[in-house]
Design a protein around this ligand. Structure first.
Ligand code: JFZ
Length: 483
């Protein structure tokens, strides 16, 4: 699927494989929907196709994923026209996530589109956003290029319903972000809602149980302006726009698909060849069915209890309870929770994609900024124990988490201590290696480490260097032995 290592002449074979694989996988619907009936196909041919796909795709997976695995921490940005109503429609507060407002209130297409004339984010400053992410210790940014409301946040030639043509703003924020990211050495990726599009005729709409209204057709469209051929929507809007974002914004590090409901193998095949426009790019798993895994899994708003063994994965999460800006959502997670989430995720081998929802003025809300600053302060001291680490060798640590780096002749264990021991004795249960050195990451001071029946006991100072999470670094020789 990516050009490097895959000669062009193989493309038809890859596409065929992808299509057949997709048939096996069956349509992945949105949460809470029953699985769709798989289309008829012989299982044998489909299995062969799955294998063929893996053979073509796997060889470049590790190469493309290398930076991503090092990075561990990124910023998600949900920004669009929905930041104008900010979760309120005609005086009524939405209970849904902010970017779903149009569907929540079944807002007619023209009425919602008119909001664009009020979208003038003159305070938007790409350099500031990128610096904020960078200072928080984030290594990449993923921003919504088009969400389900169909509004493109870039200057699109495929539809005038975009921030450049349909608002008084007259700027292309994705261009500006691409430049700022390049300058600061931050990777940039784009979210694109490939199937759902509530604006353009033929775009899909969520089919879950949300509608009791008789005016809604079986496609769950609430406005006749939404009716049309989905294939035509894919050909005229989605495919050209994905081509634009992969062609006009420099190196694109990530393509983050979303909500594949109503995708078919044929529709998937229209997108796949575009990926070769960015041979180093990684893609998530939301283009189609479960067997089309992409490069990484995307648990949403949750941290899998034991990670996802054998898979790369990224937990995306909000800081309050919405992705797109809602003026009244003040259920903010504490910096402590966010930092410990990052540690928890790294200890299970995953990445953390933490969301901000900028306002219609182009500002990242102050509570988000404050939290990002606090995370940044912590990362400046403890980043070494996050970047490029792999999952904990311990099943359970009563006081916190562990990340590790394997070296040619041993290992470095980073002990993330959430509950600092009151008696000054930190027990590392089941560790059978002899400890070469034990230090505090915050000031490099040496600590005593002694073998003990239960493992290794590290003597630590009375006070925790950091109330949220302090890092003790153990260097051990030889193969890791944990019982
Ligand atoms: C999706 C979007 O609908 C939402 O607006 C936001 O962008 C979020 C990051 O992603 O939400 C989803 C998508 C897929 C599932 C659940 C919620 N799913 O497959 O279970």
């Amino acid at each position: 699927m990516h050009s490097t290592g895959i000669p062009i002449r193989h493309w038809p074979r890859i596409l065929l494989a992808g299509a057949l694989l997709a048939i096996v996988a069956g349509a992945r619907l949105w949460a809470a929907d029953p699985p769709a009936k798989p289309e008829a196909a012989s299982a044998g041919a489909a299995d062969e196709a799955a294998i063929a796909w893996q053979q073509e795709y796997a060889p470049t997976h590790d190469r493309r994923m290398q930076w991503w695995r090092e990075a561990r921490f990124g910023m998600f940005i949900h920004w669009g026209v929905y930041s104008v109503p900010a979760g309120v429609w005609k005086g009524e507060k939405s209970k849904r996530i902010g970017e779903w407002l149009m569907l929540d209130f079944k807002i007619p297409v023209a009425e919602y589109a008119a909001l664009a004339s009020q979208f003038n984010p003159v305070k938007f400053n790409a350099d500031e956003w990128v610096k904020l992410a960078k200072d928080a210790g984030m290594k990449y940014i993923v921003i919504t290029s088009k969400h389900h409301d169909g509004f493109a946040m870039f200057h699109s030639g495929a539809s005038p319903y975009n921030i450049y043509d349909a608002t008084p703003f007259n700027r292309d924020p994705l261009k500006e972000l691409a430049e700022a990211c390049k300058k600061e050495g931050i990777k940039l990726g784009f979210y694109y809602s490939e199937a759902q599009d509530w604006h353009h005729p033929g775009g899909a709409a969520y089919k879950g149980k949300i509608n009791t209204d008789k005016n809604i057709d079986k496609e769950n469209h609430w406005d006749t302006a939404q009716q049309g051929s989905m294939d035509e929507y894919i050909d005229k809007i989605a495919v050209p726009q994905v081509k634009e974002i992969l062609s006009n914004y420099g190196p694109v590090a990530i393509l983050w698909w979303d909500t594949p409901g109503d995708m078919t193998p044929q529709r998937v095949m229209k997108f796949l060849p575009l990926l070769k426009l960015q041979p180093d790019m990684v893609v998530n798993n939301r283009l189609y069915g479960k067997k089309y895994t992409g490069d990484f899994e995307t648990p949403e708003q949750k941290i899998p209890a034991t990670g996802i063994p054998g898979k790369d994965w990224e937990t995306c999460m909000t800081m309050n309870t919405t992705w797109g800006y809602k003026s009244f959502d003040d259920k903010w997670k504490s910096a402590e929770t966010l930092i410990r989430n990052l540690v928890d995720i790294a200890s299970k081998g995953g990445n953390y994609l933490l969301n901000v929802g900028p306002t219609s003025e182009g500002l990242i809300p102050e509570p988000s900024v404050e939290r990002l600053h606090e995370i940044g302060r912590w990362m400046k001291v403890n980043g070494e124990a996050i970047y490029g680490t792999t999952a904990s060798p311990f099943k359970n640590l009563p006081w916190g988490r562990c990340t590790k780096k394997l070296t040619t002749d041993g290992a470095t264990l980073y002990l993330h201590v959430f509950q600092w021991p009151e008696d000054g004795k930190l027990l590392v249960p089941g560790l059978k290696n002899t400890v070469e050195s034990a230090t505090l990451l915050s000031d490099g001071s040496t600590l005593e480490a002694a073998d003990d029946e239960g493992g290794v006991v590290v003597s630590v100072p009375a006070d925790a260097p950091d109330k949220i999470s302090s890092t003790v670094v153990l260097k051990v020789k030889g193969t890791l032995k944990v019982e």
